[in-house]
Design a protein around this ligand. Sequence first.
Ligand code: B1M
Length: 208
Amino acid sequence: MADLKALAEAVIKGDQNTAVEITKTAIGEGTPAKSILDEGLIAGMDVIGARFKKNEVYIPEVLIAARAMKMAMEILEPELAKAGVEPVGRFLIGTVQGDLHDIGKNLVAMMLKGAGFEVIDLGVDIGPDKFVEQAKAADAQLIGMSALLTTTMPAMEKTITALKKAGIDAKILVGGAPVTQDYADRVGAHGYAADAASAVDLAKALVA
Ligand code: B1M
């Protein structure tokens, strides 16, 4: 019988070969895809998220764990689709207009995927119109914006104004090194997260 605790452990260690192997075995044995996801892959990423928050692990460990999860997910996704398993929520994310920094945004996107969200990553330098257009097209429940420059932070406010004007009622999250809770409150975001693990906790709370 496939050991889902060992699968979680493989994700935590970033051991992609073992993660893929156990996922294949579990599918072959008829373990429900949702159990493989929840008790194996997401359980592993949860541990990494908590350790990252406490500074017990750093960005490279998170990236390696996320890669192991991604490899296993490629095998599991068709099974999840067959079983009709819905994602926790649909999350649209991008770095705001004028800003090309994407390392933190990518980390947030990976951790969200790790927590079972469907993530639509728009990339960098995304203007308000594109956020609006894509939010409508994806019917996202959550929209996340990242900014790393003090000069691009005002693009968050412009984007939030445009989203609200377009009648989009998705919950809006902001983050990035210069962004603060106070700023998020001032520009009318629904939430602010200081790091990727907190962004996941907040996203879960907002869709609950
Ligand atoms: Co730039 N850069 N950079 N840079 N860069 C900074 C941000 C800077 C602080 C460096 C400095 O001067 N000390 C400074 C900004 C100053 C300011 O405005 N306060 C700066 C500058 C000035 C610039 C340029 C203007 C430099 C120039 O050309 N003169 C230029 C701007 C280009 C542009 O965007 N238009 C520029 C360019 C670049 C590179 C292209 C060379 C490269 C980016 C590569 C890339 O991203 N693909 C780069 C880098 C790498 C940095 C530093 C060194 C590292 C940023 C990073 O990736 N950190 C940075 C200095 C530093 O931070 N030490 C710097 C790691 C990452 C994991 O952290 O992105 O904060 P971070 O993400 C965290 C949290 O913030 C949070 O979660 C993440 C993980 O926990 N988070 C969110 C992020 N987004 C979130 C969204 C959420 C929630 C949480 O909800 C949706």
